[in-house]
Design a binder for this molecule. Sequence first.
Ligand code: SAH
Ligand code: SF4
Length: 362
Amino acid sequence: MERKSLIGLPFAELMRYFKAYDLTAMQARQTWEWMYRHGVRYFKDMTNLSLSVRKQLEQVYSCERLPVQYNKTSTDGTQKWLFRLENTENSADDTTFEAIETVFIPEETRATICLSSQVGCALQCRFCRTGTQGYTRNLTLYEIVAQVLSVKDAIDDWPKDPLTHRLKNIVFMGMGEPLLNYEALKKVLEIFMDPHGLAFSRHRITVSTSGITPMLERLARECRVPLALSLHASSEALRSDLMPINEHYPLKDLMQAVRMYPALSGTDKVTIEYALLKGINDSPADARALLSLLRGIPAKVNLLTLNPWEGAPFTPSSPQIYATFSRILTQGGIDCFRRRSRGQDILAACGQLRANKVYSTS
Ligand code: SAH
Ligand code: SF4
């Protein structure tokens, strides 16, 4: 019998599973803490459970991580993993499997993990490499939570005192559109924030979206996490050209939902992500259009450098253009900062992730 993974199971479900095997709520709680507070992956090491319980669990359940296909480290310390997905490891044809990428970005005081939410992405924003691989499927709860556990294992981040964890920030900025996998997103956020487990602060988890307008209200009310909006253009026409999703969810309604987000969710300003594309969206007039679009909206702007990839139809704007654009925003009263691009040399920066479905393992 294939063992069922306990990773990613909401606590209430874990309790139900345990009950079915005559295990107690207390034993479920202890197992949860071993998994998420201490990072233990083998039941034999869950030493406050009796030996017979540990054996029983071992037979039917597992806490195994995702298999790592490879791990690369950038000259700036950023790391990227290619994980093979479930049920593919033992497939008859060992060269074909689905995969996702996850990025770890170390910083002096705290570190960030960039998670994938889907295999590929259906939305095909023209500046994004992930879009070029198309969409395969949503990730499961297990596959999203296991990314965090695998990376914490790799950086040895299971200290006794959870306050001293290195990994403090989670951003959903990897492959896929998280709001198109909303039911899973909502449940994994609960697991990430559980004070008896991984205990991430709600304020340190950011969901980045290309603008799935109808989901914003639920995200605000139910998850209450900070929002980042990939905007990239201030007019309907240009945004539709760069991001076809704008045809479905036009800017006008999207910005109305964004306006409500901080108050509904109890979070700070929405982060507006705007990559400067040479000659496309980077003129002083574009900066003024952005200012007027954001008028009265609690927002700050993160000006991104376009991360290059082979075949990308755009080029990054020059530092001078960047300086002028950011000065106009700042003078207009909008907080504006620049996200330092990390991990470009291993294609780990924003919008550079891509995991082909077919890999040769040789
Ligand atoms: N699908 C979500 C989250 C994943 S993309 C979204 O679109 O928001 C994460 C971020 O990378 C988004 O802000 C996206 O606009 C940005 N991005 C995509 N391609 C990029 C590129 N080539 N250079 C810089 N940022 C890029
Ligand atoms: Fe998908 Fe986001 Fe890339 Fe657009 S930017 S294709 S929504 S991952």
